[in-house]
Design a protein around this ligand. Sequence first.
Ligand code: 3HC
Length: 309
Amino acid sequence: MDHQDRFDATIAADQRIEPRDWMPEAYRRTLIRQIAQHAHSEIIGMQPEGNWITRAPSLRRKAILLAKVQDEAGHGMYLYAAAETLGVDREELTELLIAGKQKYSSIFNYPTPSYADVGVIGWLVDGAAICNQVPLCRCSYGPYARAMIRICKEESFHQRQGYELLMAMTSGTDAQRAMVQESVNRFWWPSLMMFGPPDDDSPNTAQSMAWNIKRHTNDELRQRFVDMTVPQAAALGVTLPDPGLRWNPERGKHDFTQPDWDEFMAVVKGSGPCNAQRVAHRKRAHDEGAWVREAASAYAAKRAGRAAA
Ligand code: 3HC
């Protein structure tokens, strides 16, 4: 049995590919592409909510938000570590991100002008992330799947804290309810875009499904997210801003309007409201952290030198 046959048999048996195993170069490249995008998204994703840490309305809300944003940094680290098992280096990936040669999720290119955005991001964005990431716990590439298991546990806390914040606001004043509705109106459509373009316009889905990287298509997970979110919106008393949204008894699912895919492509290509700001912030943090990386490398080299002596 040659390498390709052994790889194909492992995938067909729904078993895991590990870093030591032979893999087709295309499999390795698409995993680097997706895991890097995922890691970059976690790190860039710290910015929109981080914007509210100094202005949270209570110590409790500040502590919860600090914990969540800190979790996102950890998710980025797990995912860069998973990518590094494929022979790339996080420094190289970060430089590709800053140079605009690697992507991060479009959702983080939207502004967060209202404190209600902290709750809506937890509820909708982390909720969408959970829909997308739970199947990735069964991804065929071992390090990615195992990173996902821990990340998904923490995402559940992220989604619940956002929903709890919105429960508090929607049972508060009319002004608070209006703040939540206004935030939902801004974040609903970009949240649907998180699942990627329609399956017919997705160049990667078919191959990713064949390799058991993806377990469901973009449209399947988007539909799952809509069906999960509609009753939650009703419980909050907010309206999802889609006049075409309705239960379809024949399908046993909700019919809904597709997002504006031209807007999606424009944001992915760099023309979103906050793209330049997000990447500039990431570059500044990376540049300002250079001394820490250099000190850690010097310390590690000294320790290695002592151990070798
Ligand atoms: N934002 C930016 N780019 C996107 C995108 C989005 N929302 N959706 C798709 N794309 C890009 C893809 O990367 C691909 O471009 P590429 O070939 O240059 O990489 C192109 O659009 C076509 O999309 P495909 O559907 O063919 O690509 P994939 O098969 O990779 O599917 C995906 C896209 C569903 C996002 C998949 O990559 C994925 O599941 N990624 C991992 C999970 C992830 O990134 N989640 C979102 C961000 S993490 C997060 O939300 C953190 C949480 O704590 C809030």
